[in-house]
Design a protein around this ligand. Structure first.
Ligand SMILES: [Zn+2]
Length: 174
């Protein structure tokens, strides 16, 4: 499958993404299918009929029967520092705080901020952009050595799509 083109909120091309990364950008609400390429797709992925995952309304049009249509081009919703897009760039404390707008990703607090490993380090979680989120000290202590699912503490930027439970399920499709 061809790569999807990622453009920024000013329509400037930033990167080429494989299908999996494209779907992550769409599902986490960081990007939307680009308007001017509506109807153009790089390919499709077969979805598991038994999935519990529900697509948010604005992505429903990409679901065609039991296939997910991967758009030719997606657009970031917010201006973003290009360094966040480079997977090879090591995450920095300041970078993570800035990306999360200095807000605890579990309760929304802006005080006593630290970083949390979504999947705890002791359980194989890595120091990556995807696995680090901004977290306040009280939430960090409460979550302890658990995943968000185990702790019943969904990540707020993902909450809108009620992904916390079904997110891992979704990937069984691919
Ligand atoms: Zn918190």
């Amino acid at each position: 499958m061809q790569n999807t083109i990622l453009i920024d909120s000013y329509y400037i091309p930033l990167a080429k993404l494989d299908a999996k990364r494209t779907v992550i950008m769409l599902l986490t609400g960081r990007a939307v299918p680009a308007e001017h390429t509506n109807g153009k797709f790089v390919g499709h992925m077969k979805l598991n009929k038994n999935r519990r995952f529900t697509f948010p309304p604005h992505l429903q049009e990409l679901v065609n029967g039991d296939h997910f249509m991967v758009p030719f081009c997606i657009r970031l919703l917010h201006p973003v520092d290009k360094k966040f897009l480079k997977a090879r760039t090591a995450p920095s404390r300041n970078g993570i705080l800035k990306r999360d707008r200095y807000t605890c990703q579990y309760c929304g607090s802006k005080n006593q901020l630290t970083l949390d490993h979504v999947v705890p380090k002791s359980r194989g979680g890595q120091d990556t952009w995807d696995n680090l989120v901004t977290c306040c000290n009280p939430c960090n202590n409460k979550k302890a050595n658990r995943t968000p699912e185990e702790a019943g503490m969904p990540i707020i930027s993902l909450k809108d799509y009620s992904m916390s439970e079904s997110y891992s399920d979704f990937w069984k499709d691919f």
